[in-house]
Design a protein around this ligand. Structure first.
Ligand SMILES: Nc1ncnc2c1ncn2[C@@H]1O[C@H](COP(=O)(O)OP(=O)(O)O)[C@@H](O)[C@H]1O
Ligand SMILES: [Mg+2]
Length: 427
């Protein structure tokens, strides 16, 4: 079978890497992919962007692609699954109607309230003044969110009224995030530690993957501005063994049942961003796709072939598809360009990848790289590499990941030195 992965980041490299291990797969195409995917024995990158639905459809038909896997949220929200499956192709991911769980936070909050899924109390506004009055009445801290997709920048956790009002103003009046700010969601602040649970869904059956936790802040000890994610680890011990059935029952199960009952069955990966509060797990948000960088620590732990699981989600046979994981741990450290998440330079030469990957437990997923001349590899984004290690437990695996990071160099590289520490420093 030929498989097409849509997207170009570390998540898509991890997906292509895992899919390529499937015996039944002869080739993994990526649109547009990245040099890490191109270097896979079965990998091939094609110059089509994720938004070019027509070109993708033509390529899938012409190449006889048996399975298309959509990485990022934008094409999902724009209806790529509706379009490709409408043309008779097998495609992994939710329809646009189901992807509203991520693409509209007000939709998601109303949905959760209706289906009694535990989450923070909220209100939705279409103009600024009533939103500001609500904040004043509700008290601090409070969380202000642009309704639509804002590339992870639409949320402010406000600790002062000024911060809250400024966030509302910038979302609704200045339209910093464009149409994503036509509505604003204001929700109560949840206290606790965050974790991610990704789950497969075929519209009826939902199966959780192992827990993980990412590190959004740019610098050690969660300091500095938010980024796309500076690292991740799995499992996340904050999600205890006792907690899992509750997450499966009260969150994942209710979500998939609710979407089916509402006439928009959810297929693909359901990503629940959770706050582990004193009152139990609560949903911070749903995402409608594999997380980045969570995927880079969950897929390496999957012992089974990924392709049958993806296909089962597409054809409704997830209940008959066993999926197994190893008991160990996985850690990924993001190496970023100097200055990221602010302005940064591109085109710096990267060295030491082969040395880092000499350890069979280490895989370096590419996030922002490009080919240079004479086989050289250059930086081409803010987040450049996901240096990923597997091991028997978190402590050992963190050591392995940083051992590999030490062998890789590029001008201005920066990375957090405390990925996974939260898991070790637990009471
Ligand atoms: N109700 C909340 N209470 C506390 N923190 C929150 C809350 N909602 C969001 N956050 C914080 O803001 C971050 C981003 O919010 P999220 O809803 O995940 O939006 P997005 O990922 O689309 O930017 C979360 O990871 C969390 O750290
Ligand atoms: Mg989030």
């Amino acid at each position: 079978m030929k498989v097409l992965v849509i997207g170009s980041g570390g998540r898509e490299h991890a997906l292509a890497w895992k899919i390529a291990q499937s015996e039944g797969v002869e080739q993994v195409f990526a649109a547009p992919g990245n040099p890490g995917i191109a270097r896979l024995e079965k990998g091939r990158c094609i110059g089509i962007t994720p938004s070019a639905f027509k070109d993708l459809e033509a390529f899938i038909a012409q190449e006889g692609i048996g399975l298309t896997v959509v990485g990022p949220e934008d094409p999902l929200a724009a209806g790529i699954v509706d379009r490709l499956s409408g043309a008779g192709h097998v495609v992994f991911g939710p329809t646009a109607a189901a992807a509203r769980l991520e693409a509209s936070k007000s939709f998601a909050k109303d949905f959760m309230a209706r289906h009694e899924i535990p989450t923070a109390e909220h209100a939705v506004f279409t103009t600024a003044e009533p939103a500001i009055l609500y904040v004043r009445k509700r008290g601090l801290p409070i969380v202000v969110k642009a309704d639509g997709l804002a590339a992870g920048k639409g949320v402010t956790v406000a600790r002062t009224l000024e911060d809250a009002e400024q966030a509302i103003w910038s979302i609704m009046v200045h339209r910093t995030f464009g149409e994503a700010g036509a509505r604003v969601v204001i929700e109560d602040f949840l206290e606790g530690e965050e974790a991610s649970i990704l789950a497969f869904s075929d519209g009826r059956t939902v199966v959780a993957m192992p827990s993980s936790q990412d590190h959004k802040a740019a610098f050690d000890h969660d300091q500095g501005p938010n980024t796309g994610g500076m690292g991740a680890y799995s499992p996340a011990p904050v999600v205890s063994r006792e907690m899992l059935p509750r997450i499966e029952q009260d969150i994942l199960r209710r979500c998939v049942d609710g979407m089916a009952a509402d006439g928009t069955p959810y297929t693909g990966v359901l990503y629940a961003g959770l706050m582990m509060t004193m009152d139990g797990p609560k949903v911070v948000e749903f995402n409608c796709r594999f997380g980045d960088p969570e995927t880079q620590v969950v897929l390496p732990r999957m012992r089974s072939d990924l392709v049958p699981a993806l296909l089962a989600c597409c054809n409704g046979t997830l209940d008959m598809t066993p999926i197994e994981y190893d008991d160990g741990a996985c850690v990924t450290v993001v190496m970023a360009s100097g200055g990221y998440p602010g302005p940064y330079e591109k085109g710096k030469e990267i060295s030491g990848l082969a040395e880092a990957e000499a350890d069979p437990d280490v895989t370096v997923f590419h996030a922002g790289t490009k080919h240079g001349e004479n086989g050289r590899l250059l930086t081409n984004g803010g987040r450049v590499l996901n240096v990923t290690a597997r091991g028997k437990d978190l402590r050992q695996t963190i050591g392995k990941a940083y051992g590999a990071v030490k062998k890789i160099q590029f001008d201005g590289a920066h990375f957090r030195r405390d990925i996974g520490q939260k898991a070790l420093n637990r009471p």
